[in-house]
Design a protein around this ligand. Sequence first.
Ligand code: AMP
Length: 218
Amino acid sequence: MTIFIVLLGPPGVGKGTQAKILSETTKLAHVSSGDLFRENLKNQTELGKLAKSYMDKGELVPDDVTISMIRDRIARPDCEAGAILDGFPRTPAQAEALEKMLSEFGSEVNAVPNITAAESVLVERTSGRWTCRESGHIYHQTFSPPKQAGICDVDASELYQRDDDKVETVTKRIRVYLDQTMPLVDYYRQAGKLVEIDGTQAVEQVTEKLVAALKSKN
Ligand code: AMP
């Protein structure tokens, strides 16, 4: 029995934060397509170089490379029991590819929480976000500042603002989300897998709602 959870929601809604918490509480692997691209970028792989040009503009990396990167990732042993998928799928073609690859493992997508918030909230949250260079821990200059400015509380590494967290890019990413990823909301609703979650609440409340919703689906 495996459990695959797809977290849907626009950039800045808190998907990454919730995915990390859920992964710790459920012991399921956290698979973030954005983190995988950033890791490739940091290691200057061919995939990283290709992805960078799209990421910097707030556009989606082409489906074929994204799909094969995720296929490799979920074939790894830590996904044997399932995974929390954060940022993938983001297009109908990716959703179809995911269905196919999971069916090869005798698995399926079990639940799809859709975390939502108004665009003004997303821009405010994302443009104030600082990320730890070492392990991707996330802070916010207003809502969850680090103890010492510019330094990660957990591993003391430098905090930086992702290029794609700048206001113009965030606005573009939200537009791309509405155009290309919103169709997945209907796709998963029709499949009876969608659960709506209000992302404007505090982190702990969103987690509570997510846990309750996942219990009802599994
Ligand atoms: P994220 O951290 O999930 O917001 O992703 C950062 C960037 O990585 C996105 O703006 C895209 O350029 C790229 N990316 C992440 N996931 C995907 C995906 N599933 N398909 C295409 N591009 C992606």
